[in-house]
Design a protein around this ligand. Structure first.
Ligand SMILES: NC(=O)c1ccc[n+]([C@@H]2O[C@H](COP(=O)([O-])OP(=O)(O)OC[C@H]3O[C@@H](n4cnc5c(N)ncnc54)[C@H](OP(=O)(O)O)[C@@H]3O)[C@@H](O)[C@H]2O)c1
Length: 238
């Protein structure tokens, strides 16, 4: 179970997204041997000697099983696909948004990890879940997303308990705001996807288990360690 990206074989979901694109560029710069760039629409993903487009809707059991069969050389699964409807828990008209966010942000990484577990155990590999600092404290204006990511943080811990004894490393990345389409409507300071990707992979290669990505995430994590309730109240007050 190496912490180095060099020579790794990576499967990354949601490969059409901004953070994924930056991660793919940074993975290649650090010497990854092969990247399966998985997305539900692969028409815009250019294949190369190191990039293999892979059709994968993370809500599909059949797609997950087919991906694991094809990518049997994978050493690192990056669960990156995600959705954020930027919706408060009671503002949503019904439960459709909550169900979609829990499906994409929690059930899908569980589905993909279950599908890839035999491969990752065989290859003594790793799982990197792209979470958010808001998995640790709820921001009520997007409370539904935060709840789904809190479930994904707990998933990350539970998988670590089950898979670490089998030689598979489980890592969570907790970024603050990153400038992607997901945060397009938010007038707050944001990291570039390239800086987020560098931070994520620096933490990964430094063998961290919980990677706080960027100043916002690091500041909130420090605040939570000092006074969890004060941070909860600060975010609730907007
Ligand atoms: N941006 C931020 O501030 C921020 C902060 C912390 C954490 N994150 C997390 O970082 C990850 C990437 O987000 P991003 O900011 O790069 O957003 P993004 O550009 O909107 O990318 C999201 C990706 O998820 C994919 N996706 C959604 N549903 C899918 C499905 N059913 N099957 C396969 N792929 C699906 C999207 O595919 P399509 O192109 O097909 O829609 C897209 O490629 C997410 O997990 C997000 O929660 C983001």
């Amino acid at each position: 179970m190496s912490a180095s990206i060099k020579d790794s074989v990576v499967v990354i979901t949601g490969a059409t997204g901004a953070i994924a694109k930056a991660l793919i560029a940074e993975l290649l710069a650090r010497g990854a041997a092969k990247i399966y760039a998985a997305a539900r629409d692969i028409s815009g993903i250019a294949a190369s000697d190191k990039v293999v487009p892979l059709k994968l809707d993370v809500t599909s059991e059949a797609d997950a099983a087919a991906a694991a069969a094809l990518a049997s050389d994978a050493t690192l699964l990056i669960n990156n696909a995600g959705v954020n409807h930027n919706t408060a828990l009671l503002a949503a008209p019904d439960l459709a948004i909550a169900k979609e966010e829990i499906e994409i942000n929690y059930i899908a990484p569980l589905r993909l990890t279950r599908a890839f577990a035999p491969v990752l155990i065989k290859n003594q590999g790793a799982v990197l879940n792209i979470l958010t600092i808001l998995a640790r404290v709820n921001l009520p204006i997007m409370g539904s997303y935060c709840a789904s990511k809190a479930a994904a943080l707990s998933l990350t811990q539970g998988l670590r308990g089950e898979l670490a004894p089998k030689g598979v490393r489980i890592v969570g990345a907790l970024p603050g705001a990153v400038d992607t389409r997901m945060t397009a409507g938010l007038p707050i300071p944001k990291m570039t996807p390239a800086d987020a990707a560098k931070d994520i992979l620096d933490g990964y290669e430094a063998s961290e288990e919980d990677i706080y990505v960027g100043d916002m995430a690091k500041g909130l994590a420090a605040g939570l360690a000092h006074d969890h309730k004060a941070v909860e109240k600060q975010l609730a007050s907007g």
